[in-house]
Design a protein around this ligand. Structure first.
Ligand SMILES: NC(=O)c1ccc[n+]([C@@H]2O[C@H](COP(=O)([O-])OP(=O)(O)OC[C@H]3O[C@@H](n4cnc5c(N)ncnc54)[C@H](O)[C@@H]3O)[C@@H](O)[C@H]2O)c1
Length: 271
């Protein structure tokens, strides 16, 4: 029996139109470039536009960047692009770790706006157009490993990202019948401006990477872009409401670390 397949080699997003928030640097930029390299017409909305990086235009893709603050910008400018792929990539922990007891209400508001508020607003604004055009669509929300495990010192950041995970699941159930898929990507250990491991990890600690994650590290923005390309394209046509963990295995690994003497422990004596 012959199987109909969307999985032939070649460009995966020919003719698709994508909107990527925070796509001028880091993970968002890698996603924008992967999409364009696979033929998508990509609009990047970023508070700090930068010169676009090179990508192979052979597949007919393009990247346009507009200056846009997801916390305050009005979506109309972005809706004119008529996206059928939306990547809600902007998110941040905003402050060095500190106790919940020392939080202010103002910080909770800021964390809400940068991690959850804009995702609700932009998704709400984009959905009617995707539905009306009837070409199907894919919405991809960037969360974090800390939506799935604890992060002491960032309690409210983790709470809003857990909320985003649940928003992803419930919206997927609502809009699936319209051919729109909604998924999340939960990164950890990706080298970016937000988490510059090259500066954070001293030279003498580099051999410790294999003890911090089953796949070592750090990961690169392109590692997340691979998952986003999968979720945006027909490769994932039967996948919705789920999270892909791009973290070198830290979510699965939980509190386990390898012992220097062999085996593993979840009760390290010299953390
Ligand atoms: N890097 C990691 O290991 C990691 C880990 C967990 C979660 N994440 C999540 O992945 C996503 C991308 O992370 P990253 O490390 O690439 O981030 P980054 O901070 O390095 O880059 C974010 C991009 O968003 C833009 N931006 C910031 N605020 C904006 C605003 N208000 N409006 C529009 N654009 C804005 C920045 O200019 C930048 O181009 C975020 O949601 C982040 O929380 C990343």
């Amino acid at each position: 029996m012959l199987h109909s397949s969307a999985f032939t080699p070649g460009a995966l997003l020919t003719g698709r139109r994508a909107l990527v928030t925070g796509g001028a640097a880091g993970i968002g930029a890698a996603i924008a470039h992967a999409f364009a390299a696979h033929g998508a017409d990509v609009l990047v909305a970023d508070i700090a536009p930068r010169a676009p990086l090179d990508f192979d235009p052979g597949a007919g893709g393009a990247i346009t960047t507009v200056e846009f603050d997801v916390r305050t910008g009005t979506a109309d400018l972005l809706l004119a692009h008529e996206p059928d792929i939306l990547v809600n990539n902007v998110g941040h922990y905003l402050r060095p770790p500190h106790l919940f007891a020392d939080n202010t209400v103002e910080l909770w508001r800021e964390l809400h706006e940068i991690n959850l508020g804009h995702v609700l607003r932009l998704t709400h604004a984009v959905l009617p157009g995707i539905t009306e055009r009837g070409r199907g669509g894919s919405i991809i929300n960037l969360t974090t490993v800390e939506a799935h495990r604890a992060i002491p010192g960032h309690t409210v950041y983790s709470a809003y990202n857990a909320a985003l995970t649940q928003f992803t699941r419930s919206l997927a159930a609502e809009v699936g019948p319209a051919g729109i898929r909604v998924n999340a990507i939960a990164p950890d250990l990706i080298e970016t401006v937000q988490v510059p491991y090259a500066d954070l990890v001293p030279e003498e600690d580099l051999p410790l990477w294999p003890t911090w994650s089953p796949l070592g590290g750090p990961g690169q923005p392109e590692d997340v872009a691979g998952a986003a390309l999968f979720l945006a394209s027909g490769l994932s046509r039967f996948v919705t409401g789920t999270t892909i963990h791009v973290d070198g295995g830290t979510n699965a690994n939980g509190g386990w670390s390898p012992r220097s003497s062999g085996g593993w422990t979840n009760r390290p004596r010299n953390p």
